[in-house]
Write a protein that binds this ligand. Structure first.
Ligand code: COA
Length: 383
């Protein structure tokens, strides 16, 4: 891992912390997954094609895609021991904590054993299987827990649904989802799938660089995604939007919030400085879903927040902002917003874990010491 800076930068901003062939975020090329633009992928691909692209480094042909969809469908079973764990986790737990725990438990039940034997040779014969398994089962784990506590139902997670979006929405409601909702969810999953060395992906790579097992790296990533400065922003953005009953209320309240130096969630970005290329794509879907739902409040309020933040601070909405209202119109409970990010970003995390392992060096940066000068030890009775 080469670092171009010897000087400190807050939060490693602008530090090149490694090489990756998976994704460009800006870098003069826009947002591309393995060279394909996010606009083309969102307009023309299914999430499963994008997952295959990230995990297997090529777009699948029709036969490969059909086989891959079948494969994912066959990997949605939850072991009984894990169902018991999910039933034990309190209804009051945050669903991100549920996913973190469930992923960890799956790592105990279906460990990366061959890796454990062969890690010193850096061979990882099970890693693609584990990546596919986690991709397939993440919505099952989340919604098994959710429905058990919300509806007292032990749902069948093996039901047939071709796409991850359809599967997610069907498990959530127990009904056949609306076609527009399935399409919007497909796009949302594509937009969230990968984003270079963001905090959670970097956490996954740090864990992988110690030759920890695959599940440990994913658990590290889930924990890192949870915070409101990262994945938790979509939930926080919805809480913000729901503070307002009309667009007129937005400007005075946000003026006060900014005066108090509050961060407005769903705005700004560490890498993008003028716009997030994913935002117009999800905004268009949010608008369509708003119309379909007959909404006259949430979307106008969202646009008012966007206009205010731009005119006041030149801050633009990131992906999380309009994802929040899109999920709202689909009837998804707010606490499940960040977990949807997990169901998608597992693809990017897995691709990065594999890439890290393929050319590994322990990630261990230095720090600039700011503590006391060396000094004499004082025995406990003399302090
Ligand atoms: N609301 C209000 N002010 C914001 C802001 C926001 N969402 N995002 C950035 N700013 C302001 C900061 O207060 C700071 O102002 P200052 O120079 O007057 O102190 C300036 O813009 C730079 O912000 P900073 O936090 O240093 O930039 P960063 O690169 O470290 O932060 C984020 C990037 C994403 C952490 C930050 O924009 C943020 O906290 N956004 C809200 C959370 C969010 O949506 N996260 C999801 C990201 S995809």
């Amino acid at each position: 891992m080469a670092t171009t800076h010897k000087t400190k930068t807050a939060g490693l901003a602008d530090v090149i912390a490694g090489e990756s062939a998976i994704c460009t975020v800006g870098q003069g090329q826009g947002l591309n997954y393995r060279g394909y633009s996010i606009q083309d992928l969102a307009n023309q691909a299914s999430f499963e094609e994008v997952a295959y692209l990230l995990l297997y480094n090529k777009l699948p042909n029709r036969a490969e895609l059909a086989r891959y969809q079948q494969r994912l469908q066959s990997l949605r079973t939850i072991p009984d021991a894990l169902k018991e764990t999910l039933e034990t986790i309190p209804a009051t737990a945050h669903p991100m904590d549920v996913l973190r725990t469930a992923c960890s438990m799956l790592g105990c039940l279906e460990p990366e054993t061959l890796f454990l034997e062969k890690k010193l040779q850096q061979q990882f014969p099970q890693q693609h299987d584990i990546a596919d398994r986690l991709l397939a089962v993440m919505p099952s784990l989340l919604l098994y827990w959710h429905r058990f506590h919300a509806d007292r139902q032990r749902i069948d997670t093996t039901l047939q649904a071709a796409s991850t979006g359809e599967y997610f929405l069907t498990l959530l409601t127990g009904k056949q989802p609306d076609k527009t909702h399935i399409d919007a969810m497909n796009v949302s999953l594509i937009l969230y799938a990968e984003h270079e060395f963001n905090a959670s992906t970097f956490a996954a790579r740090v864990a992988a660089s110690t030759l920890a097992d695959f599940y440990s790296a994913v658990v590290s990533a889930i924990g890192t995604l949870r915070g409101p400065l990262h994945g938790g922003a979509n939930e926080a953005a919805m809480a913000l939007i729901q503070r307002f009953q009309s667009a007129e209320q937005v400007a005075p309240a946000l003026k006060d919030a900014l005066a108090r130096k509050e961060k407005i969630m769903g705005f700004g970005h560490r890498v993008y400085k003028t716009a997030d290329p994913r935002s117009p794509i999800i905004k268009a879907w949010s608008k369509q879903l708003s119309r379909q739902a007959g909404d006259t409040v949430v979307f106008p309020v969202s646009e008012a927040i966007e206009q205010f933040m731009w005119s006041e601070k030149q801050l633009f909405p990131n992906l999380d902002f309009y994802s929040a209202s899109a999920y709202f119109f689909m009837g998804i409970p707010v606490a499940l917003y960040t977990p949807i990010f997990v169901c998608s970003r597992i693809t990017g995390w897995a691709a990065h874990i594999m890439e890290q392992r393929a050319n590994n060096a322990l990630i261990r940066p230095g720090s600039r010491y700011t503590g006391p000068e060396p000094r004499a030890f004082v025995p406990v009775d003399q302090r």
